[in-house]
Write a protein that binds this ligand. Structure first.
Ligand code: ATR
Length: 483
């Protein structure tokens, strides 16, 4: 079930949010700790304003809520609300016997007996879940802050250990996000969502995104699970590409971001769920290599892997960045013209390696320009290129390798302050300027090139091209519909 948590100040605003998401939700949680005083004075009326079952919750600050009054005031407010006949009430595990519970029992309201840890994951989650309910009718709920892969792993073990009991178990925070998508599969009675921009709990997404992008209603025990590992990873557009592909081709699969800070823990998680295929992004593209049973030639040559497939002999690694990088370029140049061109690659990190390897495989003469001179020299030696530091007279040297100029550093990326890393170079207008940064779509580097009349390629094209190849590796099918 998908529960929509309501955190507006008035009933009217909350009813507006319900109307917006009505088709995606099964029940509501009225978070009365966010309501204004006037709405609180009519708390008992809310269940009659909607046809959906409602959970009444007045969350304390210590549990991540907004109620700042005394405990006696909070219990009085809950008791007053329950007179209106809520379907459920959320009562914390440390509460003693109180008037609210007596009213709940008289009205047939089911108690969700909740435990929150906003700082971490307790040692023994199964024992916690088993001791939470005080009667057979009570539903135990644990919402635990997941700050990394090992926290998620422990929560997944707890689902398995408690698969004989009805419960609500959720990992909060970005690392806990997979639990919010896989609740049905893992065995949690419901998942919580909220409207964008509200403050219900860390890690919530809205019910429409959960249903449409993450295919919540279609996930069953046989759905194939794919993922992306990175840190951070929640901003990535890959779930959009792959989930849209699964939906349009009728493939029973889901693609979920796994914020990963511990690769060993991730691979244990992957075995547990199980995950059958995975994209790999920063900072793990090189670090996953020791976990691979087999590597495609591109992975070997670049020293980085962005796609993994689980086979009966272990994980196989692929690199779709190489072909993904080449595709938009070849579209503009064709293979023969590309082979005769000279190119400058700015940067000497993992992304630069894939670009340099791709260009050299076509015989392109390459100059590597990097802030740290030694890194440029090392790559130049390995791939047979020229190199120069990003200081001094670099503009003149670039002029000798300027059919194509490729920007691979994080300069110009949304959230980064650095601008065009080669601002001293004057574009002639004949260069192809290629930035692998995709957000924003036009970086300062591309803007300067465009102004001079250059043909430009934005990072979005590479992202889509590598994603298509990844999708083919995952499913054996072509991605027909772009998101
Ligand atoms: P990725 O795998 O995304 O390529 P990386 O391996 O960390 O990431 O490499 C980042 C590249 O961007 C490096 O070449 C880095 O230059 P240094 O080798 O000198 O560190 C480059 N880079 C990052 N920030 C930069 C900046 N502000 N100006 C110039 N180059 C920058």
């Amino acid at each position: 079930m998908i529960c929509l948590s309501l955190t507006a100040e008035t009933f009217e605003e909350n009813l507006g949010i319900i109307a917006r998401y009505r088709q995606y939700i099964d029940l509501l949680e009225l978070r009365a700790d966010f309501l204004g005083t006037s709405a609180c004075s009519h708390l008992e009326r809310f269940p009659s304003l909607t046809d959906l079952p409602v959970i009444l919750t007045v969350r304390r600050k210590q549990d991540g809520g907004a109620f700042s009054g005394t405990e006696a005031d909070r219990l009085r407010l809950i008791a007053k609300g329950l007179v209106g006949g809520y379907a459920y009430v959320d009562l914390e595990s440390d509460l003693g016997e109180n008037q609210a519970e007596r009213i709940a029992s008289g009205k047939g309201t089911r108690i969700i007996r909740s435990f929150h840890d906003t700082r971490g994951v307790p040692a023994d989650i199964p024992s916690l879940l088993r001791t939470l309910p005080r009667t057979k009718r009570e539903i135990p709920k644990a919402a635990l802050m997941c700050s990394g892969s090992t926290d998620l792993e422990r929560i997944l073990h707890a689902y398995a250990a408690c698969n004989d009991m009805g419960k609500i178990l959720l990992g909060m925070g970005d690392a806990g996000f997979p639990t919010r998508v896989l609740t049905g599969r893992l065995g949690s009675l419901m998942t919580y969502t909220s409207a964008p921009g509200t403050r219900a709990a860390p890690g919530h997404i809205d019910p429409e995104t959960l249903s449409t992008r993450y295919r919540y209603r279609t996930i069953t025990g046989s759905t194939r699970i794919y993922g992306i590992i990175g840190n951070p990873v929640m901003h990535t557009r890959s779930p959009l590409i792959h989930n849209a592909g699964f939906a349009s081709l009728g493939i029973d699969a889901v693609y979920i971001p796994f914020q990963t800070d511990d690769l060993e823990a991730f691979f244990r998680i992957a075995d547990m769920l199980p995950i059958v295929g995975c994209s790999v992004t920063i900072p793990h593209k090189e670090a996953v290599l020791p976990f691979l049973a087999k590597q495609a030639p591109d992975v070997n040559a670049v020293g980085a892997c962005n796609t993994m497939l689980k086979t009966h002999t272990g994980w196989e690694g692929y690199n779709t960045d190489v072909q993904g990088f080449l595709e938009p370029l070849l579209l503009r140049t064709g293979t023969e013209r590309l082979a005769r061109m000279k190119a400058t690659v700015i940067g000497a990190g993992g992304a630069a390696r894939a670009a340099i390897y791709a260009l050299r495989s076509f015989g392109v003469q390459v100059l590597i320009v990097n802030r740290t001179r030694e890194k440029a020299e090392e790559l130049a030696k390995q791939f047979g290129c020229a190199s120069a530091p990003l200081s001094g007279a670099y503009a003149g040297i670039i002029s000798e390798f300027n059919d194509i100029i490729i920007q691979t550093t994080s300069c110009g990326m949304t959230g980064h302050h650095e601008e065009n890393p080669i601002s001293e170079y004057r574009f002639r207008g004949t260069e192809i300027a290629y930035d692998i940064v995709y957000s924003p779509p036009v970086t300062p580097f591309l803007a300067q090139a465009r102004k001079a009349g250059c043909m430009t390629i934005g990072g979005e094209e590479m992202l889509t091209a590598q994603g298509k190849r990844q999708f083919r590796l995952f499913t054996g099918k072509d991605l027909t519909q772009e998101p």
